[in-house]
Ligand binder design. Structure first.
Ligand SMILES: Cc1cc2nc3c(=O)[nH]c(=O)nc-3n(C[C@H](O)[C@H](O)[C@H](O)COP(=O)(O)O)c2cc1C
Length: 216
C-alpha cells in the first residue's frame, strides 16, 4: 500500500511540506478513539530479548527515532505508539530559530536517500519544555541539544549549558550535537580541548541534579 500508493502520491509534493502533513495526520489520527490502540497492537513488540541496558537506562528495544523528525517535541506521545525503543527530540537550541532558507530538503529518489540542510530549525527550548510537560511516559526521551546559529563563538558553551539545564528534568538522556555540518562554526567544537571543556561544563551541571542524565 505504502510503496504502491502512498509513496508515489507523497513524492508529488515538496518533502518538507509532506513532513508537516504526515505530522498533522498522525496527530489527528491518534485523537480518534481506538486508533492509538490499533497502532500499538500493530507495531509494539514486547520481548525481553530486545531490551538493552545502556548508560543505566533500560531501552525496550534498540530501534529509536533519530533527532530531526520531532524537532519540537510535539509528536513523541503519538510516535510512541509505533514501537520505538526511544525517541530523540530536537535538535533544540536555547532560542527559536528559522533554520536555513528553503528549499533545504531534497529527495534522492534513485539512491533512496535524502539531503537535508535544515539548519536546526526549531521553536527553542521553552517551547520544547511546554510539550515535554505532556509526556505520558510511554517511551524514553532523548534531548538532542545544539547552539543557535547566531551565537558568537565565545558564547557557544553557554548555549549548550542553557539547553542542558532547562531540558534536564524532562528527558532521560542527552545528545550533545556538535557535528551538524550546516549551521556554521561547528568545526571549533570538535577540537579536542574545546569539546572537553564543553562536556565537562555539562557534566558539572549534571552532577548538581539528583537524577543524573547520561549524554553522548
Ligand atoms: C530532515 C532531517 C532533519 C534532521 N535533523 C536533525 C537534527 O535536528 N539534529 C540531529 O542531530 N540530526 C538530525 N538529522 C539526522 C538524523 O537524526 C539521522 O542521524 C540521520 O537521518 C541518519 O539516520 P538514518 O540513517 O536512520 O536516517 C536530520 C535528518 C533529516 C533527514
Amino acid at each position: 500500500m505504502y510503496q504502491l500508493l502512498i509513496r508515489p502520491l507523497f513524492f508529488l509534493f515538496d518533502p518538507e511540506k509532506i513532513h508537516h502533513f504526515t505530522f498533522a495526520l498522525i496527530k489527528t489520527a491518534c485523537k480518534i478513539p481506538g486508533i492509538s490502540f490499533i497502532f500499538r497492537s500493530l507495531y509494539q513488540v514486547t520481548d525481553k530479548r530486545l531490551e538493552r541496558k545502556v548508560f543505566g537506562l533500560t531501552f525496550k528495544n534498540p530501534v529509536g527515532l533519530a533527532a530531526g523528525f520531532d524537532k519540537n517535541a510535539v509528536l513523541y506521545n503519538e510516535l510512541a505508539n509505533f514501537g520505538f525503543g526511544f525517541i530523540e527530540i530536537g535538535t533544540v537550541t536555547p532560542k527559536a530559530q528559522a533554520g536555513n532558507p528553503k528549499k533545504r530538503l531534497f529527495r534522492l529518489i534513485e539512491d533512496n536517500g535524502i539531503i537535508n540542510r535544515m539548519g536546526f530549525n526549531n521553536l527553542g527550548v521553552d517551547a520544547a519544555i511546554k510539550q515535554l510537560k505532556k509526556n505520558k511516559g510511554n517511551v524514553l526521551i532523548g534531548g538532542n541539544i545544539g547552539k543557535n546559529t547566531d551565537t558568537l563563538p565565545d558564547n557557544v558553551i553557554e548555549d549548550y549549558k542553557i539547553a542542558f539545564t532547562e531540558l534536564h528534568p524532562y528527558v532521560n538522556y542527552f545528545v550533545v550535537n556538535v557535528s551538524c555540518p550546516n549551521v556554521g562554526t561547528f568545526a571549533k567544537l570538535q577540537d579536542k580541548d574545546y569539546l572537553l571543556e564543553l562536556l565537562n561544563s555539562l557534566q558539572e551541571i549534571n552532577h548538581n541534579f539528583q537524577n543524573k542524565n547520561p549524554f553522548y
